[in-house]
Design a protein around this ligand. Sequence first.
Ligand code: SAH
Ligand code: SF4
Ligand code: F3S
Length: 448
Amino acid sequence: MTKNKIYIETYGCQMNLADTEVVLGIMKNKGFELAENAEDSNVILLNTCSVRDNAEQRIYGRLGNLKKIKQKKPYTIIGILGCMAERLKRELIEDKKIVDLVVGPDEYRRLPEFIDDAFSGIKGIGVKLSRTETYDDILPYREEGLSAWLSVMRGCDKFCTFCVVPFTRGRERSRSLNSIVDEIKILSQKGFKEITLLGQNVNSYRDDNNDFADLLAASASVDNSIRIRFTTSHPQDLSDKLLFTIAGHSNICNYIHLPLQSGSNRILELMNRTYTVEHYLALIEKARQIIPGVSFSTDIISGFPTETYEDHVMTLDIMQKVKYDGAYMFKYSPREGTKAYRMEDDVPEEVKAKRLNEIIDLQQQISFEVNQKLIGSIEPVLVEGASKKSNQFLAGKTDTNKVVVFEKTNNIKPGDYVKTKIFRVTSATLFGELIEILPGKNKINLTA
Ligand code: SAH
Ligand code: SF4
Ligand code: F3S
């Protein structure tokens, strides 16, 4: 009998990417093979996102394409995983005839069972949320590579009024520190060089007496040649201890993603973000003192209900004050079930779009300005491979998550750390000249 072949497409945030690897781990254990593309598989799963309406519209569009595959090969199983599965539940199976199974983020252990049922023509729904599931004991299936995502906690208890995540991912819960450290040891043996610890709000991490700073320190101590990153920190409870931990470990990246959402205290309150602009700016200031050279990125929403032009200008003002290295910027999208959904979505679409464009333009200017200051500086880079535009050049990232492009030389390979001197920048890329290879940080023999 030929083996079943599974293909998963992942949408949404890094947590979904990490979950896809957990699902692949579960399915590989059950003897499934992985397919390269949808056409070559007999189980097609979409791991979906609900955070904004356009994320869901993309999935509906994709389901439209998959219909053709199902018409050609009627025995193909099509499943929806992730946040949209959790949000829409039975509705998805009832509305979309081609969907055979709908499984939410806390029920992936049951996927093999649902797939078996689907092969016998029984449609399945598994959307219970759990207070304890962390998939602690499941080794995610990862392609070989340099960078790995690692979920350290699941769910979110913050209930920002615009956000669907607490409803699609359930309550906050943390994985055990030991299991995370064990997984990092495995990643180290496999040659991974960069690990990003993931959670919707990593500052809430807790395992007995260990908080997130303890977890970061323990993670960084496993292998000095692995860079540790993390996301996302909520501005409300980012502790001094965490800042000192970042400062105290050379392999914890000096980079903090700290979503602002809005620069207006009135809007922040309506969003239930639980901090003020003053608190936020003081935190940035403190982080800059404790961690010299730290860089920041952020998330911003334009056009939240009742947002006035003055509120919008306050957001632009904070962006100018902080000078973020980068930002993810969105138009407000009402999500059913959230508190903000009950407020009137009263900022017209064209106003939201105009404000968003102003935010994007400003950020581009700021990124360029921030990068220009780096001309002449020496930046350590983890080499990832050929640059996007030419294989005469290599590309990698700085500690602060910026792309550096530099001329290729034969003795450098992906996974090496090098020092570059920056001579030209754009808002998105730094161009550097190779200064030296940093052997101390490498386990691989560089002269080989
Ligand atoms: N846990 C993270 C964010 C997860 S969602 C945090 O607290 O920062 C990623 C980003 O999507 C959010 O920071 C927010 O900027 C944006 N977002 C979430 N819900 C949204 C909505 N309904 N409309 C527009 N943007 C939204
Ligand atoms: Fe959503 Fe707020 Fe939780 Fe982030 S902290 S996932 S924005 S509810
Ligand atoms: Fe989207 Fe769910 Fe992540 S809604 S952003 S995939 S937690």
